[in-house]
Design a protein around this ligand. Structure first.
Ligand SMILES: [Zn+2]
Length: 112
């Protein structure tokens, strides 16, 4: 086997290893993202959007934004939707946004 072929094989080996490592590190994370977890992620996004809206418009904790008020803060994806088809209630700035489905709550998970 000439030197060049050895080098090529080594590079191929390194490529396969890095692809396998990438799969190892990315796929379990994705499969762990259950609908509940994705919903809570959405609620967190809504909370951030509400805070930004309150900050930009001098609102207090008692003020409640309309869905269209948050549009500008939610970017191209627009209003997030519950992956399990729950309904979101934005609530006032002082409240956490909520989903109609049980367990889909910002406060129900420790560390959020
Ligand atoms: Zn939900």
């Amino acid at each position: 086997m000439c030197h060049k072929t050895k080098l090529m094989l080594w590079m191929l080996f390194a490529l396969v290893i890095s692809i396998m490592a990438m799969m190892l590190f990315t796929s379990p994370v994705r499969s762990e993202r259950s609908p509940t977890y994705r919903c809570i992620d959405n609620l967190r996004i809504l909370q951030i959007a509400k805070d930004a809206w309150a900050n930009d418009h001098g609102k207090t904790l008692k003020d409640t934004p309309m869905r269209q008020d948050l549009k500008v803060y939610l970017g191209a994806n627009g209003m997030p939707k519950c992956p399990s088809a729950g309904t979101y209630v934005l609530g006032s700035v002082g409240e956490s946004p909520s989903c109609s489905l049980p367990g889909h709550r910002l406060s129900s998970h420790v560390g959020l």
